[in-house]
Ligand binder design. Structure first.
Ligand code: PEP
Ligand code: MG
Length: 538
């Protein structure tokens, strides 16, 4: 019997989906040609890119307006105004017609001219426009050079791609994503973690050619298989599995409202890891006891511009209010060149995991960091807020953070803006931090162990590399000893420890972590009730 074509891969997120395939391949870069061969053709290219940019900004405006309100969406209107600005357009057109530049070069030149003009102005309210001009210009250049990548999806599909960056993923409406098939990536890639957060099935290690777009497929994220053009019998079978899954989720609901406590009476706090407001709603439905990790970078990856203090504040306040008094831990931006996006002009790096990322980005972009800290402090006036810092390796970094935190508070005091108290913690996700956790414990209010990175760095093994999946072992004796050392040092100082890496929801690890003395686990919302069940049954 013909069941359809089965392609074997690896499980990424354990769930099932039936749907239409959409294959997305990132376009590659076209080099700049300075001299226009046909000026009227270049003019048309410019006009088309300008219109595409206006259209995409209008979509972005609607999306952010619905999700985070008009104030957060304002930036897209400002960018549209630049695209419609007479002087900006006149300069580009003149560059093409008179100086015979090609469209991308003409845009780049105009952008530089206006950027320098506004940047030189004393008046801050006007000079801020320089950044907007740079962003708009970059957007146009990406459109003209075919590097403005994001899959355009307008209906629910199974998305297949050789590799997706987190910034591409966050641009897709969640309702339109039934499942993901990727060639590259691993269980610990951020895209896969984000999909697991909300229970979207993922199969890894499978390449799908673009010709399969529009074909029907089944993805089985439990066994790591993709079936293309499945026959009705197979569709029935997976239809039943999807129903069973929904029933099992329903069964777990009896753990809603229960305390997370072992049979022998040990209480473990159970928090959720989220990437934004939508996840927070889902996490609350899953009855988490708070939010143990907000990966704040994902809230801003779908845009070109750095968030202002006001935007940070508005976005965080909504989450804090939604959590209605439950604990909320904001992790400051853990940006790096591996996450994609154009938020910061981070150069591509040979080793992005070891590169300019996490706290290194924040400590070297003072303005960005202070704006975020002020946003978090202000949101803290509305609930129980903590802040934690990623990729810490030394006490010196904590001193520098403290200094910036003081500055953020001083600025708010001076401006007369109200803010709340925040507890400050650090991620223990580098071997360095684990090894000196005795020293670090005396400097902060809590630890959160990021086992995804801690494993990657301890085993010297790229967490994203699909070829290495069989060697990636977060329960390696070396990692477990570092976790134990961290817990012991924290407790010696009287501070609590959460584990927030993927290990916290691994059925084989939960008991070990609880026995090792961990105070809290922070897991994807989808896993909250499963983990509570596992702990209650201990
Ligand atoms: C970790 O490294 O374990 C972690 C929780 O952070 P991220 O997965 O975002 O790097
Ligand atoms: Mg990490």
């Amino acid at each position: 019997m013909d069941k359809g074509n089965v392609i074997e891969g690896r499980p990424g997120s354990p769930s099932y989906a039936i749907g239409k395939l959409f294959v997305y391949e990132r376009k590659t870069y076209r080099p700049l040609h300075v001299k226009a061969e046909d000026t009227s053709f270049e003019l048309k290219r410019y006009e088309r890119a300008r219109q595409d940019a206006i259209d995409s900004l209008s979509i972005a405006y609607e999306r952010i307006n619905n999700r985070a309100g008009a104030r957060n969406a304002e930036i897209f209107k400002a960018h549209t105004m630049i695209l419609k600005d007479e002087e900006y357009n006149a300069r580009v057109i003149n560059n093409i017609l008179t100086d015979e530049m090609n469209a991308e070069w003409a845009v780049s030149d105009a952008g530089r001219y206006f950027y320098e003009f506004f940047n030189a102005l004393e008046d801050e309210s006007v000079s801020a426009k320089a950044t907007d001009i740079k962003d708009v210009t970059n957007k146009l250049i990406r459109l003209l050079t075919g590097t403005d990548n994001s899959p355009e999806i307008n209906e629910p599909v199974i998305l297949a791609s050789p590799y997706l960056t987190p910034s591409e993923l966050v641009q897709i409406k969640r309702d339109n994503l039934k499942g993901i098939v990727m060639l590259e990536g691993s269980l610990y890639s951020h895209v896969v973690i984000l999909a697991r957060t909300v229970g979207i099935p993922v199969v890894l290690g499978v390449y799908m050619p673009e010709s399969l777009t529009g074909h029907e497929a089944i993805i089985d994220g439990v066994n790591g298989q993709v079936f293309t053009d499945p026959d009705p019998e197979l569709k029935d079978k997976y239809g039943r599995l999807i129903e069973e899954e929904a029933r099992a989720d329903c069964e777990l609901k009896k753990y809603i409202g229960l305390e997370t406590v072992t049979g022998y009476g040990r209480k473990v706090n159970l928090y959720a890891n989220i990437a934004g407001l939508n996840d927070a709603e889902y996490a609350m439905e899953c009855d988490c006891e708070g939010i143990g990790l907000i990966r704040t970078e994902f809230m801003f990856l779908d845009r070109d511009t750095l968030p202002t203090e006001e935007e940070h504040f508005n976005a965080y306040k909504e989450i804090v209010e939604l959590c209605a008094g439950k604990r909320v831990v904001f992790r400051t931006l853990d940006l790096g060149s591996d996450k994609g996006g154009t938020l910061l002009d981070l150069k591509e790096e040979e080793n992005p995991a070891l590169g300019k990322r996490g706290i290194r980005v924040c400590l070297t972009n003072k303005e960005l960091f202070i704006a975020q800290l002020k946003g978090i402090l202000r949101a803290a006036a509305y609930g129980d807020v903590s802040v934690m810092y990623p990729m810490i390796t030394s006490g010196g970094e904590i001193l520098r953070i403290d200094h910036m935190m003081e500055q953020a508070m001083e600025e708010l005091d001076r401006e007369g803006v109200p803010y709340g108290e925040v507890r400050q913690g650090i991620m223990i996700e580098t071997p360095a931090a684990a090894m000196i956790s005795d020293e670090l414990a005396a400097m902060v209010d809590f630890f959160s162990i990021g086992t995804n990175d801690l494993t990657q760095f301890t085993l010297a093994l790229d967490r994203q590399n699909r070829e290495l999946a069989q060697f990636y072992n977060p329960m390696h004796e070396a990692v477990m000893r570092m976790i134990q050392l961290t817990i012991d040092n924290a407790h010696e100082e009287g501070i609590p420890v959460t584990v927030c890496g993927e290990l916290a929801s691994d059925p084989d690890a939960i008991k070990h972590l609880v026995d090792m003395g961990v105070d809290a686990l922070s897991v994807s919302p989808k896993s909250v009730l499963k983990v509570r069940k596992a702990i209650c049954e201990m």
